[in-house]
Structures are given as C-alpha cells and as structure tokens.
Write a protein that binds this ligand. Structure first.
Ligand code: ATP
Ligand code: MG
Length: 418
C-alpha cells in the first residue's frame, strides 16, 4: 500500500480523555478511532493487525478440529430465560432492545444459550459427537468501567468456541488440546513469555477453569505466579486448600497484576440440560451433552501487544501481527532517481509476496522517521541519495534498532526465505 493513499493521519497527542496506553498509542498511530468511552473503530492499519490476530487464532482453532460458523447478535429472551440468564439481576451486563411490537430482545454478551439451542437440530446420536463450532462474533457488554482502552470495550469481537462431547473424558481431551492451542496463539503474537495458564474458579461444574493471564501493570487482575512451573493462580481462588491441591507453596509464588487474554471453561451439562440438548447412546438412552466454552478477544490481545511491546517512540509489532512487514521509506527530496529506485523496490518486493507499506509522501525525513517509529512495522527500508550512491538499501529493525545494508537480491532473499 502506498502511504499517500492511506487517509489516516498520525498525531502527536492522544485525546485528553484517553487514559490507557494501548489506546493512546493506537490512536496516535492512526490504527483506531475512539467513538466514546469503551467504543472504538478499527482504521485500515488497525484492521490489518486485528485480522492477523484473527487469522492466527483461526489457524490454531482449525488445527484442533474447530469448525467456523457465525451466530446472530440479536437474541431471543425465551432461550435465556430457560438458563436463568435473562434477568438483569442475574446478568448485569445486558444491552437490551425491543421490537416495535414490544417484544424484548437482547444483544448477546456471550453465546452458550443460542449455540446449545441451535445444536439440537444437529446432534441426536453419539455418532454426531464430538463437535467444536466456533465463531468470531460481536459481543455487547454494558461494562461499568471502560478505562483500559481496547482491552475492555462495550462492543467487541470474541472468538468463542463451544465443545460438545459425549462425556467428561472426551471433554477433557479437547479442553487440554485447546489449552495448548491457546499457548501457541499467545506465543505467535509475541506474548508467550509473559502469559501464564492460570487456575481460576470453575463455576458449578468443575473445580477450576483456566484463564490465560499476561503480566502487565495495565491489567485489572491479580494473580500468583510460579515461574518455575509456568502456571499461576488467580486471586479469587488463592487459598491454602487450592495451593495444596496444586502442589504450590506461597513462597514459590509472586503476586502480579495481569490482563486476562483468554479463558477456557468446562460447563458440564448446565446448558444442555436446561435447553434439552441430548444424544442417544448405543443402548438408546438419552444423555445430556457435555459442554465447554473457550474465549479469546482478538482486540484485547492486539491492545495487550501494543501495550507491552511498545517503546517511547511508538508501537513495535512482532512480524506475525504487524499490518505490513516492511515500511519502505523514500527520502527523495526532489531527486527523481530516488523516486524511480523506491518505486522499483516497492514493485519487486510486492511481486515477491512481501507486504509493504510504501511511504511515498513528499515530507521531511524527520517527520517520516518519526511516523515510521510510531507505526512500528518490523523492518524499515530507506531509499535516499545516500543509499543510491552506496548501491545498497538501509534496513533498520524496529525492535532492536539494528541497521544493515543490503542489495536488492539480498533483500529479496532475506524476506522470502524463512
Ligand atoms: P473479564 O474478566 O476481563 O471481564 P470475562 O471473564 O468476562 O473477562 P469472558 O466472558 O471469558 O471474559 O470472555 C472471553 C475473552 O473475551 C476474554 O478472555 C477476553 O480476551 C475477551 N473479553 C472479555 N471481555 C472483553 C471486553 N469487554 N472487551 C474486549 N475483550 C473482552
Ligand atoms: Mg474473567
């Protein structure tokens, strides 16, 4: 993409009312626009990064047998009354609306109820199980606090997967596979070393659920981390009994503030019993389906990366989630040969399949470099009178600041082999 075609502008200052670092950076770099507290729009660069995160999650969910679908946001209150989650006293985050006839509808804050009801049309026999539908779908939550930028918004896309299994053993196998898939997701987005599988409260069915918590002062959760065992315990279940159960002692654990980037939860038969989702086993008896739910918020994940991997100059994207891999910056300064050379490099790289943002704007070097630092693409290539004379392009790694000089063929080689 040519930057002259990118309508978004960078800005020196974030809006005064924006207190979170992730949103400040993403707004300043022109990745997102703030509509109001807890509500953000994704601009072209932000959408590209968001889609990269979504792509990684999709790949990992498909690898463990997930099948993608898409449910509606509008919800029928009758379904939710059956599980006792319609009442505002029970669930305080509902956004509700109504039809012109007066019939009340809800905007889904999660999808256990509708997906369980839907699966009744498709599951009747043990031969139909297991099943692992998932979606990337918009949730609405009337969150009380919305001060964490894109980490906590009132409208957000969630990857939610639901597992439908014959029994607890089959459920547990998938649950563990999904935990491993989550570890791969967090590794790929660059948060692997700071993200801990965390024991949290299990609700009615299981002893524990698991959260994936990324250590950050910007988080809203408190966890106790065992660095040796690469696990943690959420404050809500941090007590002597749980520590003994997990073979942990207080002296091994460090208290940390963290961001919940993902969550996996065994549901047992709570929803299948309430909504009548059962299968016939081989003797013909009706057995309620055993369920689990598995969530990740791609925008919260993107915000966490922005928050943790940035520096004082701006964003620093890992390769897999950067909107473009290369930022090609031409410093033509009225020299047509530089323009020709930069155009040619842009064409060659694009043809070689490399994703390039080409700063072809007529602007001062200082402004271009400051913007480039703020945008945070992994590799900056500079074309100028100086590089033209040297016969090599200047390549600067955003994360380390390491500078190298490479010819076109060396560059293509470096960017197309792995
Ligand atoms: P939290 O405890 O942070 O409120 P939760 O436990 O309510 O989150 P889940 O309902 O399990 O979250 O949602 C699954 C995932 O969706 C979370 O792990 C997080 O990544 C993401 N998520 C939840 N709430 C929000 C939100 N308000 N904005 C953005 N992402 C969210
Ligand atoms: Mg939670």
């Amino acid at each position: 993409m040519r930057q002259s075609k990118l309508f978004t502008k960078t800005r020196r200052e974030a809006p005064k009312d924006e207190v979170s670092k992730n949103a400040q950076l993403l707004i300043r770099a022109g990745y997102v626009h703030k509509e109001m507290a807890g509500v953000y729009d994704l601009l072209p660069l932000g959408l590209r990064t968001f889609n990269k995160v979504v792509g990684i999650i999709r790949e990992e969910m498909n690898k463990i047998g997930g099948t993608e679908l898409h449910l509606s946001a509008l919800q029928d209150s009758e379904t939710w009354k059956k599980t006792d989650r319609w009442d505002d006293e029970k669930v305080d985050s509902w956004f509700k609306t109504s039809l012109k006839t007066g019939t009340e509808l809800g905007l889904g804050f999660t999808h256990e109820e509708p997906i369980t009801a839907l699966m009744r049309d498709h599951i009747s026999s043990y031969k139909d199980l297991p099943a692992y539908p998932y979606q990337f779908q918009t949730k609405f939550r009337n969150e009380t606090r919305a001060k964490s930028g894109l980490m906590r918004t009132r409208e957000f896309v969630m990857k939610d997967l639901y597992s439908f299994s014959k029994n607890e053993a089959e459920h547990q196998k998938f649950y563990d596979a999904c935990a491993d898939a989550y570890e791969r997701v967090f590794e790929r987005v660059g948060l692997g070393d700071k993200t801990y599988k965390t024991f949290a409260s299990g609700g009615s069915f299981s002893k524990y659920s698991h959260e994936f918590q990324t250590i950050s002062a910007a988080g809203e959760d408190t966890i106790y981390v065992s660095r040796d065992r690469k696990i943690a315990v959420n404050k809500e279940v941090y007590n002597d009994e749980v520590l003994a159960d997990l073979g942990l002692s207080k002296s091994d654990l460090a208290e940390e503030t963290s961001i919940e980037v993902g969550n996996i939860f065994g549901l047992g038969t709570r929803f299948s019993e309430a909504l009548g989702l059962a299968y016939k086993d081989d003797s013909g008896s009706d057995i309620p389906v055993f369920m689990g739910s598995y969530g990740i918020g791609p925008a919260r994940l993107m915000a966490t990366v922005a928050e943790l991997l940035s520096d004082d100059k701006g964003l620093v994207w890992p390769e897999e989630v950067a909107p473009f891999r290369v930022h090609l910056v031409s410093l033509a300064n009225g020299n047509d040969d530089v323009v020709t050379e930069a155009d040619e490099l842009y064409r060659e790289l694009t043809e070689a399949g490399v994703e390039v943002l080409y700063d072809d704007r007529d602007a001062r070097a200082g402004e271009k470099f400051a913007d480039s630092d703020l945008l945070g693409l992994p590799l900056r290539l500079v074309v100028s009178e100086k590089t033209l004379a040297a016969g090599k392009f200047e390549c600067v790694e955003r994360a380390s600041g390491t500078t190298q000089h490479k010819s076109l063929s060396e560059l293509i080689g470096m960017l197309t082999t792995r």
